[in-house]
Design a protein around this ligand. Structure first.
Ligand code: FES
Length: 250
């Protein structure tokens, strides 16, 4: 008996949560395509979790069960991965996840103030959703956009150089269904479910749209070009001190 079977046996009394048959059939077709991209089926777990998230907006017990069945792994293994990564929601949320970076640089540049402002403005706390189901507010960690701090992300699209006022306007526009354009990337946002499907590997063909790397990110390159700086030739590097080789060998 496999470990998977053992889990079923010990939980035999519990109802087996699952998607409706037509949803399962539809997702199975997508799952097959995703799994086919990997040499080992279990390597497809991350995109499969995005796939089930695209169905319900979060990773439910039924979603985890679907992933386990497709990959022939245990529910516990799926659960361990789904709870480790913050890109998977464990409960229903809004159409737009508004993530305020409160990591060090953004925090000192105003991220903490933006988060507190939005909490009060929306009347929700961290990981909570507005009553209209439109916006889920989240603290997020550094998104490697520190040169545009403070940064807010909506469904993982960047809104750079934010202020409390700009952030309030942003969430108001999202709740009113107005067109909102990220600072970089595509000129419009997709919903959380649509975004999850893209992350599952079903691209919408818009990854190359709009501004990609903006001026602050390219400042080092510009300076290097202006001053004629070049990376050293790897075959012409100064000799390493002998004691460093001994240290590395330990
Ligand atoms: S600290 Fe906010 S993007 Fe890096």
């Amino acid at each position: 008996m496999s470990e998977h079977d053992g889990t079923e046996t010990t939980k035999a009394a519990e109802p087996r949560e699952a998607f409706p048959a037509e949803v399962t059939a539809r997702l199975e077709r997508d799952a097959k395509e995703i799994i086919g991209r990997y040499p080992r089926p279990r390597s497809a777990l991350l995109p499969l979790l995005h796939l089930v998230q695209s169905e319900e907006g979060h990773v439910s017990k039924a979603g985890m069960r679907f992933c386990a069945d497709q990959l022939d792994i245990t529910l516990a293994e799926v659960n361990a991965v789904a709870t480790f990564y913050t890109m998977y929601r464990r409960r229903p949320g809004g159409d737009y996840q508004v993530g305020v970076c409160t990591n060090t640089l953004c925090a000192v540049m105003g991220g903490d103030e933006i988060f507190e402002t939005l909490k009060e403005h929306l009347g929700v706390g961290n990981s909570e959703t507005t009553e209209d189901g439109k916006v889920t507010l989240e603290h997020v960690e550094c998104n490697a956009a520190c040169d545009f701090a403070p940064v807010v992300m909506v469904n993982w699209e960047f809104f750079d150089n934010q202020t409390p006022e700009k952030a309030k306007q942003l969430v108001d526009d999202l709740r009113l269904g107005k067109d909102v354009a990220p600072t970089r990337g595509p000129s419009s946002l997709c919903t959380w479910k649509q975004n999850s499907r893209i992350l599952a590997g079903f691209e919408d063909g818009r990854a190359g749209e709009g501004v990609q790397a903006a001026a602050p990110s390219l400042a080092g390159l510009r300076l290097a070009r202006e001053r004629g700086w070049k990376a050293p030739d790897p075959g012409d590097l100064p000799a390493r001190p002998a004691e460093q080789d001994e240290e590395d060998a330990k």
